[in-house]
Ligand binder design. Structure first.
Ligand code: GDP
Ligand code: IMO
Ligand code: MG
Length: 444
């Protein structure tokens, strides 16, 4: 399969989700990775679940970049990622068991922060604390300790980084302090929510962490320096975003977001490469809308149509297995996501899921307080009150999973693609019609 001209002309490319996650970023990264030298994750942690289906085999990646399935690529976990050594070690074992040769093709930033066992506990306790309050909604986090780890990163005195794993004496000293703080704060929190608290022991945590991290140490590097060198040597870099623009901690649907800059702005802080080096930002968009976890979603469907999308799209979380909420494509939210991520092109994914619907709707505005608005309200309450206004397009009945060109798509599928592209004003350059690597239409 030949790459289109726009892709050949771009040296460095970023892949960013433009909805609430699970747009098919993993599939797209895998499809493009063969043409790149380096694939880099810059944000998030094991809250991400990126699925790749290659040669009929399905891989679910959480921390390791999806480029790992291509033997010619170096795969980098950047400093902006928060990583749980035990999760990462398990993922590498799983990859090896599936016949993927990780070899010397992985690098882990010495500046990435460590998700520790108490972060997962804290994640659960904070959600339980919200539940005890009658007028607050739980965030519905993945309970992977992501929020607490990024919070400790900002707090500093309770944070640990990959580089701390190198000096066991120093790590032990830091852990003594952190564990004392966590026992005081989390012990009180557990009493508040009525969850039994087992006092944390620094020595046990130290031992488990070192055991989990032992196999990772050969991969640790100053990845910012490594990436700068790769760029200066003319090698091609593919950035793999995790989570998505509407989950961005600054520009997403706060507070129902994740704790990192999941839009493209996270690239620069999360890799150490300066702004402006990326030639194309490919925004990954599902042909409809999904969300897992809590938070407002104006186009959510609670009816048979939503259930059908879930069934056809197999919309269950890669990380937590939770059913994803489904609804029509929200173009108001998409315009916002394009703006904040600087997307230059769109990859429209899972178009095949929409086959067989009599009509297809897209939300082009909201009705709020008696007014028609085209901007995403800042507050969760404002977004929850927004009523979607739809344009209706004719559906297509034919299955399209075997289509490999735009011309092969049914006319109404092409009309749908064209209507979206016209509304958002940037080209749709990739259309995905099935989970497999090859079920992809690349457009010039
Ligand atoms: P990510 O987090 O953005 O990488 O997406 P996930 O892997 O969590 O979820 C996307 C799901 O859709 C996975 O199960 C993919 O295998 C699947 N998928 C990706 N592209 C397509 C497509 O074009 N059609 C269909 N039917 N499934 C797809
Ligand atoms: P990928 O990379 C879908 C959601 C969670 C929750 C909120 C906060 O696979 O697209 P967190 O554990 O990050 O504190 O949870 O964000 N969320 C995702 N939803 N896909 C993801 O990643 C997500 N990462 C976080 O469901 O609502
Ligand atoms: Mg996912």
């Amino acid at each position: 399969m030949q790459d289109p001209q726009w892709l050949n002309a771009a040296r460095h490319v970023a892949i960013c989700g433009l909805q609430w996650g699970d747009e098919g970023k993993g599939k797209l990264v895998d499809r493009l990775a063969a043409g790149f030298d380096v694939v880099v994750r810059y944000n998030g942690g094991a809250n991400a679940g990126h699925t790749v289906v290659a040669d009929g085999v399905k891989h679910a990646l959480h921390l390791v970049p999806c480029g790992i399935l291509h033997p010619g690529t170096l795969n980098v976990i950047g400093n902006g990622v928060v990583l749980d050594p035990a999760s990462l070690a398990a993922e590498i074992i799983e990859l090896r068991a599936a016949g993927v040769d990780v070899g010397d093709r992985l690098r882990i930033s010495d500046r990435a922060h460590l998700v520790m066992p108490y972060h997962r506990v804290e994640d659960g306790l904070l959600e339980a604390a919200v539940a005890t309050s009658s007028n607050e909604a739980q965030l519905g986090t993945t309970r992977r300790g992501i929020g607490p780890c990024y919070a400790d990163k900002a707090l500093r005195s309770t944070a640990l980084r990959v580089s701390d794993l190198a000096d066991h004496t120093e790590l032990s000293r830091k852990l003594e302090h952190i564990v004392a703080v966590k026992n005081a704060t989390l012990g009180a929190l557990s009493a508040m929510v009525g969850v039994p608290w087992e006092t944390l022991r620094a020595d046990a945590i130290l031992e488990d962490t070192l055991a989990a991290a032992a196999g990772l140490m050969p991969f640790v590097a100053d990845t910012a320096a490594l990436l700068a060198e790769a760029r200066d040597d003319g090698r091609r870099i593919l950035l793999e975003g995790a989570n998505a623009a509407l989950l961005d901690v600054d520009h997403g649907t706060y507070p129902f977001v994740t704790s990192s800059n999941a839009a493209s702005s996270g690239i620069y802080t999360g890799t150490g490469l300066p702004g402006g080096f990326v030639d194309e930002v490919v925004g990954v968009v599902k042909a409809y809308q999904t969300r897992v976890g809590a938070g407002p979603m104006p186009t959510e469907l609670h009816d048979e149509t939503g259930a059908r999308m879930r069934k056809r799209g197999n919309e269950y979380g890669t990380t937590t297995g939770r059913p994803r909420r489904c609804g029509w494509l929200d173009l108001v939210a998409l315009e916002h996501a394009i703006r904040i991520s600087g997307a230059t092109r769109i990859a429209l994914m899972l178009l095949d899921v929409l086959a067989g619907f009599d009509e297809l709707k897209v939300c082009t505005a909201y009705r709020s307080d008696g007014r028609t608005i085209k901007r995403l309200p800042a507050s969760a309450a404002g977004l929850a009150a927004a009523e979607p206004l739809y344009e209706t397009l004719p559906g297509f009945s034919e299955e399209i999973v075997d289509c490999r060109s735009l011309d092969a798509l049914p006319m109404n599928a092409r009309l749908y693609v064209q209507a979206i592209s016209e509304y958002i004003g940037i080209p749709i350059s990739v259309i995905s019609v099935g989970p497999d690597r090859n079920a992809t239409i690349m457009l010039d």
